[in-house]
Design a protein around this ligand. Sequence first.
Ligand code: PHB
Length: 398
Amino acid sequence: MKRTFKTALAAACMATAATTWVVAPTAAAAADAAPFKIGLIVPMTGPFASTGKQIDAAVKLYMQQHGTTVDGRTIQVILRDDGGLQPENTKRIAQEMVVQDKVNVLAGFGLTPLAFAAAPVATQAKIPMVVMAAATSSIVKKSPYIVRTSQTLPQVTAPLADWAAKNPKIKSVITLITDYGPGHDAEKVFIKHFTDGGGKILESIRVPLQNPDFAPFLQRVRDAKPDAVFVFVPSGPGIALMKQFKDKGLAKAGIQIIGTGDVLDDDLMPSMGNEVEGVVTSQHYSAAHKSPENKAYVAAFEKLTDNKMRPNFMSVGGYDGMHLIYAALKKAGPTATGDQLLAAMKGMHWESPRGPISIDPQTRDIVQNIYLRRAEKVNGQYWNVEFETVPNVKDPGV
Ligand code: PHB
């Protein structure tokens, strides 16, 4: 698979624009052409639009680099925007894609409630559902057809909590998480690992998912004076959280902020100020990851988006999700059924821009390195610079 990435740039230069790209609703493709259809459901509007835009760009990049056919079968991506916050809407779109568009694979799913809502549709249709973004541990249990290429919050949180417990400057912590599935996972796993390592939790604060205002919660943190505040917010509100952290003077009061990488999302980092300096987070992807594969990926992604976007962890979820689908189709044959594709996906492993990854054949969840990173200014912009790697982390569950 290394070869695939090494030749990626050359392929990108040779590839013409993806001619099969369509934005649904579309007429069903001619039956004789029998394209292989991927129903991509992501938020392209609303507060989580950056997730959809990152995944959409990564899917386009993958097709530009690897072509729009696999063993002679045309690949067609049908993109639908679910707006990000209405599970019933996501479920209806998934049903329409199965019944009307006759998709072979469902993919995307920007947030946990949306993945939960679509899961029964995949089970009933017996087609793989590739979760490229959502990250609550239990998602893979919601359908035997779910395969995940993103992350799980327990997987990312446990290494950070272990690091914090060993840090002599962090003896007491307040957890501050967004009040839904992935936040609950992060809170539980952080508390367990940090207290097992001898640390003390002073308080656990939960912030609403919709229209969050972090200021009153950060004031509570300031008043309680922990050594650090551990945060999880989904990709998007990190800018507001970091700004309010600065405005409330927490750093000046000697309170460190640590968190999962979602808060220092690479998509947002170029717009962040010196409030991020030195902040330690853990995650499976940084655009600053030092590998030739990632260097090529970042350059190609920036080129595709006219230097307007830096790829974030959502983008690699989409890029690797496409790789998984292409590789499964290659392995199982161009007329493979949903069950055959699913079987081909189990146990697959390859080199991603994020590092080596695999799909656990039992759980269908991703196994990957988790990196500890520190925000540092490099060439005028902040980047998450990796300083420690925890290899091959499986989802530990909650
Ligand atoms: C989720 O809803 O599962 C989710 C969304 C965005 C993240 C992490 C988790 O950054």
